[in-house]
Design a protein around this ligand. Structure first.
Ligand code: BTN
Length: 243
């Protein structure tokens, strides 16, 4: 499978652009990068602040051979891929916030949005993996949570979006192969090594559950150590935060 990489000046959302490209039959895997997004989307219907020229906005069309079961764990694997890409560039210490936020120094610098495009045939699911990484952003009035950027957190590194994009594309391609062969289990320990929730008092935003962060299980669900023992939380079901 070849990559079909396109770089656009501006687009509504790179995820939306990949969706449009996936609906036209092509053997190549679409990868779309944009300098700016006019309707960048985040998880849970939120906007993703996407100022021109400052950050990485990238989406990839991926085919999962493991069917819908393979989906749980995918966004965690993508998080590991980003951490690996940063490490290839010489930067260590990035954190992962379950299920798919990228953190540094207690602040979010990136996020992952996985959307399902459809089923190709039995057992083959097409997904769109969108990655937003704050690279040079210095001011963003509209971001409603503590945020940082690669350049703010690692100022000694010379950041270029092209180099970052190449490293992330390589890492995602490699990780997808590993994920298809071994599932999330092969990533569990590595993911765990970057878990920012571990040992912290956590609560579900809807108030239904609280406990101490106890890492992910082999399926990529997050575990809470509660008064009633270990409880697993599935991505998409519940949103956790430090209480
Ligand atoms: C989140 O943390 O809420 C996920 C953010 C994902 C943002 C990226 S930017 C590139 C791609 N295109 C989009 O519209 N969203 C994702």
């Amino acid at each position: 499978e070849k990559l079909d990489v396109v770089v656009l000046k501006a687009v509504d959302s790179t995820n939306a652009e990949v969706a449009r490209r996936l609906s036209a039959p092509s053997p190549d895997m679409p990868v779309v990068l944009a300098d700016a997004q006019t309707e960048g989307r985040g998880r849970r219907g939120r906007n993703w602040t996407s100022p021109k020229g400052q950050n990485l906005y990238m989406s990839m069309g991926l085919t999962l051979r493991g069917g819908f079961e393979g989906l749980s764990g995918l966004s965690l694997v993508l998080g590991v891929a980003v951490v690996r890409a940063l490490s290839v560039l010489g930067v260590e210490g990035a954190g992962l916030k379950w299920p798919n936020d990228l953190y540094a120094g207690g602040k979010k610098f990136g996020g992952i949005l996985v959307e399902i495009q459809g089923e190709l045939q039995e057992g083959q699911v097409q997904v769109i993996a969108g990655l937003g990484i704050n690279v040079h952003m210095t001011a963003a009035a509209e971001v409603d949570q503590p945020w940082t950027s690669l350049a703010k957190h690692w100022p000694d590194h010379k950041w270029t979006r092209n180099e970052l994009a190449a490293a992330v594309i390589n890492a995602v391609t490699e990780a997808m192969g590993q994920f298809e062969d071994h599932g999330f289990a092969g990533f569990k320990d590595e993911w765990q090594g970057h878990d920012i929730f571990l040992g912290k008092p956590l609560a579900a935003k809807d108030g239904t559950l609280s406990g101490i962060g106890a890492g992910v299980d082999a399926g990529g669900n997050y575990q809470l150590d509660t008064d009633a023992g270990l409880r697993s939380v599935m991505a998409g079901d519940i949103s956790l935060r430090v209480s």
